[in-house]
Write a protein that binds this ligand. Structure first.
Ligand code: ADP
Ligand code: MG
Length: 244
């Protein structure tokens, strides 16, 4: 059984159907890439997996470790080991990065992590992501550059140690150096206990984070799945020839 299973999923936003029956399974230890042109429904899928209230599931199922989570809140899903790095991370004025992460870590684990242990882990991961310690007291995403926001998303992932991580366009807006830092971060976290779904428009990140499987989405459906070679083919030919 894959830890994340999506079965015949249909999703509507503001009454308009966006996902039109999508099947996908991501097991721990696997890295999947989901690619597709702008507007094909990639972020809609990410939000539906996480349980964003604006994305209405009109049919099908999202299963986490065999449990249908379609009625569960995002918090409950996070406690089950799900993590979403958002395409457009939001600013949280008045909440420091440290307090935000501490609350998130404690909310998703059985017991509170001792402060010292939390700070040691946080500082270690920040050093890995080449984030200056001055960020510890900065408000979440407030005045962060695009690259800093994306690095913070992966820092959250490192601190929360999820079992399934969905990364929505974590590569977008990154220069090559930042892309390498973020990719190395993802690669460090990869392993037998983590399943990753990398959502991307471009093949660029897939040169650094090699996926085991590649899927192509078009108008709310998967139109092709394959191995890593599929990403290279898309790089050459683009998406149009796969339009159904
Ligand atoms: N919150 C929303 N409100 C209205 N329309 C939305 C919303 N989110 C997505 N859509 C629409 O759903 C379609 C798919 O969007 P999206 O999932 O963001 O695609 P992608 O991430 O592949 O670029 C688009 O037509 C988009 O306008
Ligand atoms: Mg998107």
């Amino acid at each position: 059984m894959a830890e994340l299973e999506i079965k015949g999923l249909t999703v509507a936003v503001e009454g308009k159907q966006i996902l039109a029956g999508l099947d996908l399974a991501v097991a721990k230890g696997e890295t999947h890439a989901l690619m597709g042109p702008n507007g094909s429904g990639k972020s809609t899928l990410a939000y539906a997996i996480m349980g964003h209230p604006a994305y209405q599931i009109t049919g099908g199922q999202v299963l986490l470790k065999g449990t249908d989570v379609t009625e569960l809140t995002p918090d409950e899903r996070a406690r089950m080991g799900l993590f979403l790095a958002m395409q457009y991370p939001t600013e949280i004025p008045g909440v420091s990065l440290t307090n935000f992460l501490r609350t998130a870590v404690n909310a998703t684990s059985e017991t509170d992590m001792p402060v010292r242990q939390f700070m040691v882990a946080l500082r270690r991961h920040m050093a890995d992501f080449q984030m200056d310690e001055k960020f510890l007291s900065r408000n979440v995403n407030e005045g962060f550059s695009g690259g800093e926001k994306k690095r913070f998303e992966i820092l959250q992932m490192a601190m929360l140690a999820p079992e399934i991580a969905v990364l929505d366009e974590t590569d977008s807006g990154l220069d090559v150096d930042a892309l390498k830092i973020v990719s190395e971060g993802v690669n460090r976290l990869r392993g037998p206990d983590l399943g990753v779904l990398i959502i991307t428009h471009y093949t660029r990140i897939l040169r650094y984070v090699r996926p085991d499987y590649v899927h192509v989405m078009f108008e709310g459906r998967l139109v092709q799945s394959g191995g890593p070679g599929l990403a290279e083919e898309l790089e050459e030919k683009g998406y149009e020839h796969l339009r159904p």
